[in-house]
Design a binder for this molecule. Sequence first.
Ligand SMILES: Cc1cc2nc3c(=O)[nH]c(=O)nc-3n(C[C@H](O)[C@H](O)[C@H](O)COP(=O)(O)OP(=O)(O)OC[C@H]3O[C@@H](n4cnc5c(N)ncnc54)[C@H](O)[C@@H]3O)c2cc1C
Length: 380
Amino acid sequence: MLTLPFFDDDHRRLAERLRSFCTDTIDPGFDDDEVDPLAAGREAIRVCAAEGLLAHLAPGSRRGLREICLIREALAARSGLVDAVFAVQGLGSYPIRLAGSAALQERYLPSVASGETIAAFAVTEREAGSDLRGIRTTARAAGDAYVLDGSKTLISNAGIADHYTVLARTGPPDAATPRLSAFVVDADNPGLRVAGQIPLLAPHPIGDLEFNGCRVPADHRLGAEGDGLKIALTTLDRFRPSVGAAACGLAARALEEALTHVTRRSQFSEPLASFQATKLALADMQTELDAARLLVFRAAWLADTVDRRTTREASTAKLFATEAAQRIVDRAVQLHGGRGVVRGVVVERLYREVRALRLYEGTSEIQRLIIADQMLKAKD
Ligand SMILES: Cc1cc2nc3c(=O)[nH]c(=O)nc-3n(C[C@H](O)[C@H](O)[C@H](O)COP(=O)(O)OP(=O)(O)OC[C@H]3O[C@@H](n4cnc5c(N)ncnc54)[C@H](O)[C@@H]3O)c2cc1C
């Protein structure tokens, strides 16, 4: 894969370095059932910072999306939690890079790149998941500040983040098409409360937020009033291929585990690998993984090299790679037989970790709608 023209020598060196870093340093204990996701999340940031990985999310860094995808693929193969925390550090800080004033960039981004601070992206609400028009959190202008009231749910890094990029209504609270704006809110703001952690299928620091008369300086707004939706969607365009990359990491690990298992395990006096049904399964898994990687790195290469939004390619990569990864991991569990669902077996962990990827940053159904809308728009 790395010999393809999507990559240059820097990418190849990074991939090589990631291989040894992930094997030597990313402890499988990150994803133990008993793990405290908050403590593990902080440790994940420390480990990624020490290896210089967070610098790939840095302001003005010439390194682009292909690096982020290579990193996510490698991290996810070892730990879903470490991968997710790394990704949210990018998702939460990219809007500042995209639309923050020079002063905001200077204040927030260097410490995100060094791991001294942790970022988060707070968009989803109980009544606003796929449909952001349902956002009810308001930001009322009050002199040299905005006052935020409302709540958010399913916010990754809630409880460990030092600051949140928050989407809120700046127009009339009951408008059918809301005017959304984006703000950087410090975690120690007295009007912001982490209202609890949410336990998931696989360990992940995630929780609810509440804003109660939360006063945010007006210069913490990103872009102009009403730019919030565009900022959020541009950020998602950028990060969706990387969700596909994480899916490839989980799938590649599942395939590796399956290959080892089918050569070691015998039934009917023969290794599982000798059965034609096993070979067909392995071939399908490899083919889907190859196709997923090609879509992911096509999207990343385009995002790095062309001067236009790459919405369709980003959604295509996320949709195909996450759906394919789910099928690949499921087949790996099947090839393991009963052992495949035993707690602590690698494919059992991958099975729990892969599920969320088809949901966050837009579900598979929403990716399909985006792809079709882009196709129809291009035809006009
Ligand atoms: C692990 C994880 C991490 C997350 N991290 C964050 C985060 O850091 N920040 C954040 O803001 N959010 C985060 N989320 C929330 C995530 O973005 C939402 O869960 C997602 O956008 C879906 O919204 P929803 O859960 O409200 O589902 P809903 O929007 O209620 O959707 C339910 C179902 O209906 C389908 N559906 C909805 N509309 C349509 C339609 N028009 N046509 C066809 N089908 C439709 C969906 O595809 C889905 O299958 C996270 C979620 C998870 C699971």
